[in-house]
Write a new protein. Sequence first.
Length: 272
Amino acid sequence: MLLATVTHPVPVATAALAVLVAAGCGASAGSDAPSGAGLADNARRSVSAPTVHQRTLLGYSVEHRAISVVQEMGSAAASIRVLVVGCIHGNERAGVAVARHLDAMAAPAGVDVWVVDDLNPDGAAADTRQNARGVDLNRNFPYRWQAAGRPGDQQYSGPRPLSEPEARIAQRLVLSVRPQITIYFHQPLGVVDESGGDPRVERRFAELSGLPLRRLMRYAGSAVGWQNHRLPGSTAFVVELPPGELTPRSATHAARAILALARAILTLARKP
């Protein structure tokens, strides 16, 4: 059964994401699911007032751990959509703290923020980079995917693109929401990566977060590589946090930098 839990009673339509989840469950691992762009648009049009903290179940990991998204709506007609993934490698979990701080913040007016605290809960439970089948989820996306390694290898790509339920969950969410900005948190390099989107967006976040901007290696089958290819004109990028746990102050600072970036992009979008 698919469940959706709203953490605060708010007048919002949960049907859009429920339809997304139900439709995605039957998708084959190798297929590129329909974009579903109208689902997120319909959800926004149905809201009569600004709404925050709507949590919806997207699906389950290999070991049947729940993967959810928190949607924070800054208005009924938001023009900027931001997606944040706190953890994709199970042994790089500092971004979960950023995501959870972001969960508790109100989205700026005109901005929708979608937050997945942890895309790899099995890896997080086992303290492994890979998921429960030994697959590096960040090598399992369809763009320029290449077979690499064996189960348990550090960068095992899986037997085929989107072979893993966690990667398929991310794919369906991205194609439904179609975010203009997506941030995937990693560790431990302490940099913002020029990941192939708009470098001005990545540079601005580096300034706001206080992390240096660097261009890291581009990997086959990565989430940001697939997303920047699949949604041209949008920007998905990697933020490598420093090693270890973040202090609450640092996590709050990073979450505020995300909202400041969204406001800056919204201001630019509204200029004639």
